[in-house]
Every structure is written in structure tokens, then in C-alpha cells.
Design a protein around this ligand. Sequence first.
Ligand code: C2E
Ligand code: MG
Ligand code: MG
Length: 618
Amino acid sequence: MQTGTTQIHRRRLIQLTGLAEVPLLFIGFKSFIEKSYLDASVLLISAVALLSVFWALHKGKQSLASFNFVLILTLMVLFLQWNFGGIIDVSMLALPGILIFSAMIGALRIYNGLLLIMVANVLLMGYMSDQGFMFLMPSNGISSAMNVAVILLVVGFATRILSRDNFSLLKQLRLQIEEAETARNVVEHQAYHDYLTDLPNRMMAEKTFLEIQQRLKRHPEMTGGVIYIDFDEFKDINDNLGHAVGDQFLIRKTKRLKECTRVTDTLCRIGGDEFLVLVEDANEVQLAQFAGKLLDEVMAVENFDGHSLHCTCSIGIVFLPKDAHTYEQAVQRADIAMYRSKHHGKNQFHFYDNAMETSVQRRYALQNRIAAAIVNKEFSIALQPIIEVSTGAVVGAEALARWDHPLLGSITPTEFIPIAENTGAIAEICDYVLTQTCQVLQQYKEEKPDFYISINISPIQLQVETFFKHCQLIVEQYGIRYSNLKFEITESQIISHDRVFQHNVDEIHKAGVGLFLDDFGTGFSNLSHLQKMKFETIKIDRSFIIDCYKDKNSVALLSSIKAMAEELQVTIVAEGIETEPELREVQRLGIHKGQGYYWSPPLEVEQFLQRYGVAVVS
Ligand code: C2E
Ligand code: MG
Ligand code: MG
């Protein structure tokens, strides 16, 4: 395949050969008429010889064609010079033309050879002339003038064509450079900006951070910050109204956030609903004020086709240069601070501090180990007796999970249960606790057939279709009566009471496992749960028991819970009884059962069995 330049050269070679034929034929025939037969025959033979250029082109031999073209013309001119005027022959005018043609269309080797021949020829002619060689003097008449004019015209015309080629090539080149430049700018913009909001992206954020850091280093009196924004309910908007509305929502919020920023601040989008503001030149108070403004802007209601959308955000702030040395560190720490805001109820901001990192690192450490900890037998259960308040008899126990970490020591369930829920390890922990519980129940089976053990169940486990089926497989291995097993569920943790949840509750009831409502009174109580889940027992949270004998409000609340329990025919357990006066108040109110340090803290299984063995009734 021929390239664009080769094609232009081919076209130009055809044009130039045609053009060269004109003066050859013109001067050839003119010389013939003027009876200059030698001239005429040289020119006409050259004209015929030039036809070989067309032949070579036809055969596809372009280099040969170029070579023929310049060689024939050069030989002809040299011949004319030697036979006529030598150095001052008019044909000398044609030589620069031939050189230009050859430079434009021929190969470099041909051009160099030609130049050498021409220069050598001129020098030789001069030398020969000095040695007495007689050149014919050309006449200066109109005939010579016509020859010169034709040569000038042809050379001029050809040079014009060739220079036009150069101009158009240069123009094309300039256009291509401009296009390449525009394409490069577009690609660069895309690489550093977010497609949806056109805000700077992660890469740009990093670049800008480094620039700010350099400036802060140069001006030690200056301070700045990295603000991490994460929308709190954006997922709900996306899930309920679709991604198109979600996108529009983000675009509008971006506009609002942008309006809060100063020219020196850089607002970047680094994830779906995660934004960073890189703030240059601000102290902690200004950063806090700015964060407050951002919270207000995000809270503003947006209207979409009749829907009023409301969303809040959680913010984490890293103070520069104090709190971060690298971009990764800044983002990670701002993220930690942002999580603190989420954890504390969202729609607020927190500054990063070192203690946060320690708690996050601890959380990561626990998260990474929890699955292996079950296999490595780092878990155990503790049993805390549940007492019949009126008689002091031990009627049952609550099984509480314990984790003895080889490096960090004993970890409380309030710390590891949420981690287990997040990582999915909660199912294995539940299996473990249930298995241990069944083994203990086996020991009580004969001599104390009514003794029960309650285990704590995370509501998220009830969202698993096969949850209770799986528990049944374990219980049946030990031949335990279902009525000796109780499940405690903390009401405030119930996220959704859906079909699967109710299915598990129904299966639990069908089998005869009693349900206990744990920590009653904490969080928002939804009385419909009491009805739907048919709790057998309500465990009143410790917060109502502490010093209840002194506090009229607690007493009022406890007596109304007692009245409601009677109405619903459910038993009450008072949690966390620690002192004699608390116990007396509980007894006075007629609460049936109690649990707490007053009798015993949670005990290791061995200890529990020793103290509350099958024959013991305290
Ligand atoms: P909970 O079910 O309300 O358990 C009672 C908690 O109160 C236990 O804390 C217990 O040690 C403590 N306690 C008992 N009597 C007293 C007292 O007189 N005074 C005081 N100050 N505290 C008392 P623990 O063992 O740290 O458990 C905390 C929570 O962790 C439990 O609260 C339960 O919600 C959860 N949990 C424990 N084990 C498991 C488990 O195996 N699975 C699940 N899902 N959650 C569990
Ligand atoms: Mg409990
Ligand atoms: Mg409780």
C-alpha cells in the first residue's frame, strides 16, 4: 500500500515530467526550425527519453522513475553546456530547478550525486576554458531570451507546485498537532475528573494534596485540612428511586457543596457518595465552621418530580500538617473520623485524634482474628443464674459468650458481637454457644428437668431462612427438650420484621423454645413486637433497676411494666440486681425473677456446675 507522501511524489513526478516535456518540445522544434539540428535532436531525444519516467511509474518503480527524470535532464543540460556556452550557457538556469526537483521527489543519494556532478562539471568547464577549450558563445537574441523565459517559467511553475505541497503538508501537520493536543487535554481531564459531577477525582485529589503539603512546608505558620464527607442515606435514595435520580441528586448536592467552597478549596469526588474537600489556609475553628456549613447544605431538601428528598452526611476532618504526612494517611484518618460521626448518630463532624486510630486498629485486629478464634477454641461460655425472686431458687441461667484473646486478653461481648455480626462470624459463635449450652443442659436433664438456659440471639440471625432448622440439628444431637432452651432477643436491634424473620419466630414457637425480650426499655419499644413475637418473658434492662428503691420514676415505670406483663401473661426478669435494697424493691413490686451480681456474676461452666449443681437449691 502506498503512503500519502509516496502518492503525492508520484503525482508530482507525472506533473513535472509533463512540464519538462513542454520546454524540450518547444525549444527542440524551435531549434529544428532555426536549423540548429544538434540542439533539436538532443532536446527531442531527451523528450522521448523522459517517457521512460511514465513507463517506470506504470511498472510501480517510483525510485527508478525519479532517477530517470533527474538523470535525463542533467545529462541533456551537461551536453548542451559542453556543446554550446559552457558555464554561461542558458541551460545553466535549468540546473537549480533539477536540483530542487530531485530534492523533493528523489532519494538523498541521487540528490548528492547530482550536486556533485553539477559542481564538478562547472569546475571542469571553467578549468577547460582556462586551458583554451573553446565554448560556443551563445547569442543574446530573442531566440535565447525565449529559451531562458521558457526554462524560468517551467522551473518557477514547478517550484510553486512543490512549495504548495510543503505548505499544505505543514498545514495538515499543524492541524494534526492541534487535534492531538485537544485529544490529550480531553484524556487528561477525564483521567483527573469524575465523569458524573466533573469534580476532580481521587488522582487529582492526591495531586492537589501534595501541592498543598509543599506550600504548608514552605510556610510553617499556615495550616489546612482534609474534610471527608459521606452521605448518610444516599443508598436508600438509589435503591428506592433508581440510579438516575441518585445521579441527579449527587449533581445537585455537588453544586451546593461547591457553592460553600472558596477558590482555594478543592472539592473532589472520591467515591459514589464520598467527597473530599482539601482546604488550604484554615485553622481548626474555620474548619469546624466550614464543616457545619457543609452539613447544612447537604441537609437542604431537594425536590424531584414531586418527591422531596432529604439526606444528611457524616464528616471527618484531618488537621494539616499535624495529623497526616501522606495523602493515604490523610484520607484514611479523615475516614476514621467520619466513621466516628456515623457511629455517634450521623449528621455531624469529628476531628481526627490518635485515640480513634487505636480503636480502629483494635477493631481491625479483632475482625481479622474472629473466625480463627472460634477454631482455636479461644471462645467459651459463662453462665449467670436466673433466680426466682420470692424463693431464691435458681430456675435457669443465661449463657454469655466469652472471648479470651491470646494477646489482647478478655474481650467483652459488647465489643466482639457487633464485629461478629458484620463479618458473619456470629453464626459460628451462635453454634458454639448453643452446643455448649446443650452439653450443660444434658447434665441437668434428669435431676432438674425444668432448669433452662437462655442464649442470646442476634436479630440478624433470624433473617436467615435456615437459622432455626440449623439450631434444631444441634439440639437434636443432644436429645435436649426444647422447653429447656430459651432465646433472648434485644428488641432495639430488630431491623426488619420480614417474612423470613416471622418464619423463624413461628418455627421457634412450634418447637417450644421460649422467647425472651432482652434489655426491655432501652431504645424505642415497639409494642407490636410483643404481640407478634409472643414473648414468654421480658427482661427489664439494668438501667431501670439501678437504685430503683430511691427513684420514684423507676418505681413508676417498673410497676407499669409489671401491670402490662400481667395483662399479657408474660414473666418478668429484672436484670442487673446488685444490692439488697434493689432486690427488696423488686420483690416488693412482685417481679418474678432476677439476675445480677447480688447473687452471682457470670461464671465459668465448671464453677457454675459446682455452685449450682443439680442438687443445689439456694
Ligand atoms: P445481656 O444479654 O443483657 O446480658 C447481660 C449482661 O449484663 C452481661 O454482660 C452480664 O455480665 C451483665 N450483668 C449481669 N448482671 C449484672 C450486674 O449485676 N451488674 C452489671 N453491671 N452487669 C451485669 P456481658 O456478658 O458483657 O454481655 C453483654 C451483652 O452481650 C449481652 O447483654 C448480650 O446482649 C450480648 N451477648 C453476650 N453473649 C452473646 C452471645 O452469645 N450472642 C449474642 N448475640 N449476644 C451476646
Ligand atoms: Mg441477654
Ligand atoms: Mg440484657
